[in-house]
Design a protein around this ligand. Structure first.
Ligand code: ARG
Length: 394
């Protein structure tokens, strides 16, 4: 397949390999979104009489057929295609002839990739929010099953005050509720139409109807002025990656607690046999590898956020190929978050606290004792504190 910008000059194979990079692989997930964006663009071109209705029908049918055949595994994006946009347009033109060559009027791959990414990120934010809601349901189930079980509340990893499974679950649940709200806010931020900004400076002399593609693609607003579009690439991504990073910290801290609870010394919990793994040498082992990998995953998602932020920091305005490098950390973080949320929900389903192994030492009630002296005997808190502290002086 030839590149869209081919002008008959030779292209160094090494340069193609370096500039296309992983794009031909990473772009696979963008196929349905690029098709959707292209169909909206073609319909807008027809509505503004920039292409004929017949050409529009041929383009839309041709794109839908390509989406279907891609899904069936009949073709893939190759390195020579460079990216999803080229792969689709060149195959479309191969299949339907010159009508395919009319599709790129009034757009550039710069707004095209932004549009496809927006549509993808929009779906992803809501899909992830749904999965986090599923995790919250697993937490609620655990709290329903065993909420009454008392466990120590720790500060400095020392018994501090009495807590319970209900309280432990509730704290994390609140964090995940925030994550759902954050993902919904990100969805709102993402939901602006960049299509029609073309290379970044609009389409002088061409009467495009950007509001029409905004409506067709169900964006809330049209991104305007056109110069805002390329400035926003990376910001939408980083906003999502930030929400993911916060959510993954909660997930990682939950895993960290559970790893401690699962040691032989604590033995506060049991895990379903199917979520533990074995050792190649020690026959007795049931290892909580899933939880360890969950604990480590927050490092990866945080690094992805850093990577995304750093790619755009200090870039001049307008389009730069640097922006292509956002895809790897963005997809990596999203995929890891999706898998992590789902696997934690699965772990919690088979997890049980073991009340017989959990004891609260007497000291853990000391603060409550001091409070009792205050409320029942009316003595100042500092005095009550000293009185109780005498018991623990040695
Ligand atoms: N793969 C490119 C990206 O992700 C598509 C846009 C290419 N645009 C260009 N002017 N070379 O940014």
């Amino acid at each position: 397949m030839s590149r869209l910008w081919e002008k008959g000059l030779p292209l160094d194979a090494r340069v193609l390999r370096y500039t296309a990079g992983e794009d031909h692989l990473l772009d696979a997930r963008l196929v349905p979104y690029d098709v959707r964006g292209s169909i909206a663009h073609a319909e807008m071109l027809a509505a503004t009489n920039l292409i004929s209705d017949e050409d529009c029908t041929a383009i839309c049918d041709g794109l839908k057929a390509l989406e279907q055949s891609f899904e069936n595994g009949d073709w893939h994006i190759s390195l020579e295609d460079e990216d999803v946009h080229t792969a689709l347009e060149s195959r479309l033109t191969g299949n339907i002839g010159s009508a395919g060559g009319r599709l790129h009027l009034g757009r550039s791959r710069n707004d095209q990739v932004l549009t496809a990414l927006r549509l993808y990120l929009r779906d992803t934010a809501l899909d992830l929010a749904k999965r986090v809601t599923g995790l919250r349901a697993s937490i609620a189930d655990l709290a329903n099953r065993q909420g009454d079980v008392e466990i120590p509340g720790y500060t400095h990893m020392q018994h501090a005050m009495p807590s319970s499974v209900d309280l432990w679950c509730g704290g994390f649940d609140e964090g995940f509720a925030d994550a759902v709200a954050g993902l919904e806010a990100v969805h709102k931020r993402i939901n602006k139409n960049p299509l029609g900004s073309a290379a970044g400076y609009g389409t002088p002399g061409l009467p495009l109807d950007r509001e029409l593609t905004t409506a067709k693609l169900e964006f809330d607003t049209t991104q305007s002025p056109v110069t805002a579009a390329q400035l926003s690439r990376g910001k939408a991504e980083s906003a999502l990656l930030f929400e993911i990073a916060l959510m993954m910290q909660d997930l990682s801290r939950m895993a960290s607690d559970l790893l401690m609870f699962y040691t032989q010394e604590f033995a506060y919990i049991s895990l379903a046999p199917e979520v533990t793994t074995g050792s190649s040498i020690m026959p007795q082992k049931r290892n909580p590898d899933v939880l360890e990998l969950l604990r480590a995953s927050s490092a990866t998602t945080q690094a992805c956020l850093d990577e995304a932020l750093m790619i755009t920091a200090k870039l001049p305005s307008g389009y730069h190929r640097d922006l292509q490098r956002l895809k790897a950390p963005v997809f990596r973080s999203i995929d890891l978050a999706v898998d992590s949320v789902d696997i934690m929900a699965y772990v919690l389903e088979g997890l049980a606290f073991l009340p017989d192994n959990i004891s609260l030492d007497e000291g853990i009630f000391a603060t409550a004792e001091a409070y009792r002296l205050v409320t029942e005997e009316g003595i100042p808190f500092r005095e009550a504190y000293r009185k109780i502290a005498e018991r623990y002086a040695k």
